[in-house]
Write a protein that binds this ligand. Structure first.
Ligand SMILES: NC(=O)CCC(=O)C(=O)O
Length: 262
């Protein structure tokens, strides 16, 4: 598989209303699948948004609702789903967790955000994960981060050294940091010679305004897609054969001096 058709669901999210968000996610997944795609990507915490004050009440218990719904959709439409992330309650703690579904509806991996974002009080309400988000989609190795994780180059580098050819970033990244959002993704793509694919929400969560601008960047740093600030489904096809081609043009992985970096 060298080409991967990707659909990004750049949605608004109703704060603390999982039923509303689940109904919308279902409708949008069906729409994206009908248009023809290999992989559907959702934004961060799309089930509840940052409804942190009551997150234990609204979070998905053991990800059960997310797993039931996305598994059924993936199987019905024969499509892979990167279910962004959801707030999920496990053993009395709430995590910010990605679930990945294959075309048969099997969960092929989970990842809980490891870097909690203090500016949005995550560390007060959420528990950080302790494993990397390394998955396979139709035979393609990918790495998955969540939002603030994008600021940690060590994380993406580690997953790329382990074989990731594309890095996914579901997000709830707000104004006024559009500049950081764009440049960090372009940097991660160029420095790792990999695709970077992000899906950011739009709309307001309380006073905080999220700007969308979901992006797809190729391993040369070219922007293949940059969405606007409105809701919508965005389709892009990436050609993975450019990854080895660019890596042989500038062989950074051969030129690294890891013995000096500690
Ligand atoms: N949800 C998040 O992790 C937001 C990260 C963010 O806004 C940033 O500037 O970093």
């Amino acid at each position: 598989m060298t080409q991967l058709r990707i659909a990004l669901l750049q949605m608004d999210i109703a704060l603390g209303q999982p039923e509303v968000n689940q109904a919308k996610a279902r409708e949008w997944v069906e729409k994206a699948a009908a248009a023809g795609t290999d992989l559907i990507v959702l934004p961060e915490m799309w089930n509840t948004g940052y409804s942190l004050q009551n997150i234990k009440e609204v979070a998905d218990r053991n990800g059960e609702q997310t797993r039931a719904m996305m598994s059924e959709l993936a199987r019905t439409y024969n499509v892979n789903i990167h279910a962004g992330s959801v707030s999920d309650l496990r053993d009395g703690q709430v995590y910010n967790t990605t679930y990945l579904f294959d075309r048969k509806g099997q969960v092929t991996g989970t990842y809980s955000k490891v870097h909690l974002f203090r500016l949005m009080d995550e560390e007060k309400y959420l528990q950080g994960g302790d494993r990397l988000g390394e998955f396979t989609v139709d035979g393609v190795q990918i790495g998955s981060m969540i939002c603030y994780d994008l600021r940690f180059p060590e994380l993406s580098r580690t997953m790329v050294l382990n074989g990731a050819q594309a890095l996914f970033v579901p997000a709830e990244w707000p104004h006024p940091r559009l500049n950081h959002w764009r440049h960090l993704q372009i940097a991660r793509a160029i420095e790792n010679q990999t695709f970077v694919i992000s899906c950011n929400r739009v709309g307001f969560g309380g006073e905080t305004e999220f700007f969308g601008h979901s992006m797809v960047i190729d391993p040369w740093g070219e922007i293949l897609l940059e969405a606007d600030e409105t809701e919508g489904i965005h389709h892009v096809t990436i050609d993975l054969s450019v990854v080895p081609e660019i890596r042989s043009r500038i062989p950074i992985f051969e030129d690294r001096r890891p013995e000096l970096y500690k």
